[in-house]
Design a protein around this ligand. Structure first.
Ligand SMILES: *Cc1c(COP(=O)(O)O)cnc(C)c1O
Length: 479
């Protein structure tokens, strides 16, 4: 703070205007009309307190001679920050398409319309329109899930973690669940299979070794306390080298011989053959069912490209037990999720147009050439923004080839050829400079999220639908 504004402050602090007086200031009449008086009064109080406590300066905009106007401006700014939505859209330029921290799959317009339609008023969420009796909320999607997976029945809950908890609790409480040691996964956000088992009240019985598990190991582990056999798709890592996993079909035969349910947690669970879209293969629920799984669980917002949800599909008698279990009530989906899920599942009726209609699949299948030409168009605009912000000669933006990740644990080893911009310091930069640059990009009206690695900021354009959304705000911020 300069001496001069310090003096203004000292002088004004002794005779700060009252809250009521400031609330009558012309600048604050629109905010009062828009947000109501209480929150504006609160903002004024907080600004006055800050000035009194000397904690924050007066902003010391010398072009405003009038201390009251300056305080009113500060209150407006303070209010704007408070009233800005906390949860809001960002541009995901991290190169990870299904990014859990950035909301995973984007929804297609059909899903957004379906959400709005049922959220606006009453719906037949749990009402059978034909019979006029109580209905079942999951039935709005169960038919589609059956047709798309070949499973006779389905139940839907909040996410795949919830699906696993529900089925363990309903089918294996206080009894043993057999899982291969090579499949005891931890996913981000504290989903660790051994912990989930314990919380669900089951006893985890580890089978085989980390790299090799044979059918014989499962056979020997089966005892009077065994409740089910579980196979977990090791979605976020891969064991390579001298490995052996028990075959799905053989495991299902073994489970059947002992009258045990055989459950497969697929994690991502795509509903279409990804190789047809030019993507690496990922097992589908239909394949797991065909190989003899009794139940299959998978996520709604990973490769499926829908809302956050967890599906369990499979044998009707087992699904009926899950539907009846008290935990189902606690883990159930809301109407907006079910509306979005139904709309997305309907798009799967036409596999040939999936990459046009399901945004997650469109992002995953965008050709690198299109991203390269987008990067080439964006480069001079980014360079202009960097020069305007930090002075020419500070940063250099270059078009680069990149490798995108699918994300959410799906296909961890494979990557998708992509393109974007690499921003490096021309002089020797400190890590904090790069952090500050990344922060500037996050402070844009539509925050831009990149990735810092190897002393550079990387912006992968795979998830940038409309380059103007980036371009326009860079141009506006530079001017
Ligand atoms: C992602 C995943 C889960 C958890 O799914 P959420 O929908 O994130 O709860 C569970 N199991 C596997 C194998 C997964 O890949």
């Amino acid at each position: 703070m300069t001496d001069r504004s310090g003096a203004v402050l000292r002088e004004s602090r002794s005779r700060l205007p009252s809250v009521d007086r400031l609330a009558r200031h012309a600048l604050l009449q629109d905010p009062i009309a828009c947000h109501g008086r209480p929150i504006v009064i609160q903002a004024i109080r907080e600004v006055l307190e800050a000035v009194r406590a000397h904690a924050s300066g007066s902003g010391s905009d010398e072009s405003v001679p009038d201390a009251e106007t300056r305080l009113a401006q500060q209150a407006t700014l303070h209010l704007e920050q408070r009233m800005r939505p906390s949860l809001r859209p960002v541009l995901n330029l991290t190169g990870t398409v299904l990014h859990t921290n950035l909301g995973r799959a984007p929804l297609p317009p059909e899903a957004l319309e379906a959400i709005a339609a049922v959220a606006r008023g009453a719906s037949n969420l749990e009402f059978d329109l034909e019979r006029g009796t109580r209905g079942e909320r999951d039935d709005h999607v169960a038919g589609w899930l059956s047709r798309l997976t070949g499973a006779p029945a389905a139940v839907v809950v909040n996410n795949n973690a919830a699906a696993v908890v529900l089925l363990l609790r309903a089918l294996a409480a206080r009894r043993e669940v057999l899982v291969s040691r090579g499949e005891l996964i931890e996913l981000g956000g504290s989903f660790r299979l051994p912990d989930i088992m314990r919380e669900a009240g089951c006893v985890l019985r580890e089978v085989g070794t980390t790299n090799r598990t044979h059918l014989k190991d499962f056979e020997e582990a089966i005892g009077p306390r065994t409740a089910l056999i579980m196979q977990v798709h090791t979605s976020n890592y891969r064991i390579e080298g001298y490995t052996q996993a028990a075959d799905t079909r053989e495991l299902s035969t073994l489970a059947r011989a002992h009258d045990l349910p055989f459950v497969v947690d697929l994690g991502s669970g795509t509903l279409t053959d990804l190789t047809r879209l030019g993507l690496p293969a990922e097992p589908t629920p239909a394949q797991a069912m065909a190989q003899g799984a009794d139940l299959v669980t998978f996520s709604g917002d990973k490769l499926l490209g829908g809302p956050q949800a967890g599906m369990v599909v499979g044998r009707a008698d087992l699904i009926a037990r899950l539907r009846k279990h008290p935990l189902k009530r606690a883990l159930r989906c809301d109407k907006m999720t079910l509306a979005a899920l139904e709309a997305v599942l309907r798009l799967y009726a036409d596999p040939d147009r999936l990459t046009q209609r399901v945004p997650a699949l469109r992002w995953l299948t965008r050709p690198a050439e299109a991203l390269q030409s987008m990067a080439t168009d964006l480069q001079p605009i980014m360079q202009g923004w960097l020069d305007a912000r930090s002075g020419a000669g500070r940063w250099k933006a270059e078009v680069v080839n990149l490798k995108s990740q699918i994300g959410s644990g799906a296909l961890p080893v494979e990557s998708l050829p992509s393109a974007g911009l690499c921003i490096r310091s021309k002089a020797k930069a400190r890590g904090t400079d790069l952090q500050a640059l990344a922060k500037h990009l996050r402070e844009l009206p539509l925050p831009v999220i990149g990735r810092i690695a190897q002393d550079a900021l990387w912006l992968d354009l795979r998830c940038l639908d409309d380059p103007r959304s980036l371009q326009d705000q860079l141009l506006a911020d530079a001017s």
